[in-house]
Design a protein around this ligand. Structure first.
Ligand code: RIB
Length: 295
């Protein structure tokens, strides 16, 4: 079975919980502050590993306390950290999150994630045909472009989660195997197309996540809709990352796309029931039990 290689961001999430989201220029009193491991790349790696996939993280932290804590967290979750570099010129990336009024707002400071760059020889050593690569957009776009082109030339499958929304070279869109934007990111990627038109243009490749409405993709004949599960929402941070990690896990195990999406929708729905991006991410057993219940 292929191993999942996540090339992406690693951050410490600094999370403030508040009843009210401050408007511009306003100060409000919050309820709590916590630091928890995050970063879209790291979250996707932890999601996949918890579900049983052989998972390797490739990224960069600083030589600081956050970096050490994050590496220990990867190890606890059985994520291979051989290629997590500790850079000396940047601190660990941080995400500044306000959890208020049932949703989150996030400012990401890339810091060491800016140092996720490669020489071509390094990619040759890192990646082979036994890999399934996961990418997001919290590392330099040039790295995303390079890794995508490298993998395309060698037939290595790549799933790109185009988040947060940033302009992408056309060739990246053409060369990736799967793309998993949410509806807003889909609009940013294809401003002249409706979601339906974009899905039809990229059958079995573009999967649009639509929060409580579930996920849609085109199977070459029709649009397939996989509804979300009922969940007791505590924190939606990391739900998209869980979807990506779970989808990759099911695909490397050989599941058909529609079944992989069903599995990933359940895992992602469960992930919002715990605090923090990784707090609610389920194990394989948790997902099996929930699947029994929703059948
Ligand atoms: O997708 C959720 C993640 O986005 C958070 O963990 C935070 O680090 C931000 O990058």
């Amino acid at each position: 079975m292929k191993r999942i290689v996540v090339i992406g961001s690693i951050s410490m999430d600094l999370v403030v919980t508040s009843d009210k989201r401050p408007k511009a220029g306003e100060t409000v009193i919050g309820e709590a502050f916590r630091t928890v491991p995050g970063g879209k790349g790291a979250n996707q790696a932890v999601a996949a590993a918890r579900l049983g996939a052989q998972t390797q993280m490739v990224g960069c932290v600083g030589q600081d306390g956050f970096g050490k804590e994050i590496i220990a967290n990867f190890e606890q979750n059985a994520v291979d950290v051989k290629h997590v570099r500790q850079s000396s010129d940047e601190v660990t990336g941080t995400a500044h999150i306000v959890l208020a009024e049932g949703d989150n707002s996030i400012v990401v400071v890339q810091s060491a994630n800016k140092n996720v760059t490669f020489k071509e020889e390094q990619l040759n050593e890192l990646l082979d045909e036994e890999c399934f690569v996961l990418l997001q957009l919290e590392i330099p776009i040039e790295t995303v472009r390079q890794v995508t082109a490298h993998c395309y030339a060698r037939g290595i499958p790549v799933m790109l989660n185009p988040a947060p929304s940033r302009p992408l070279p056309d060739e990246v869109v053409q060369q990736v195997t799967y793309m998993t934007p949410n509806e807003h990111e889909c609009h940013d990627l294809f401003p002249n197309l409706s979601v339906e038109e974009a899905l039809e243009m990229y059958p079995n490749k573009l999967l649009v996540t639509e929060g409580v409405r579930g996920v849609r993709f085109h199977d070459g004949t029709d649009v397939q809709h996989v509804p979300a599960i009922q969940a007791n929402v505590v924190d939606t941070t990391g739900a998209g990352d869980t979807f990506n990690g779970a989808l990759a896990t099911a695909l490397v195990e050989g599941a058909k796309l529609v079944d992989a999406v069903r599995f990933a929708v359940v895992a992602s729905g469960m992930s919002v029931e715990g605090f923090g991006a990784q707090g609610g991410m389920p194990t394989r057993e948790n997902v099996q039990q929930r699947l029994e219940r929703v059948r």
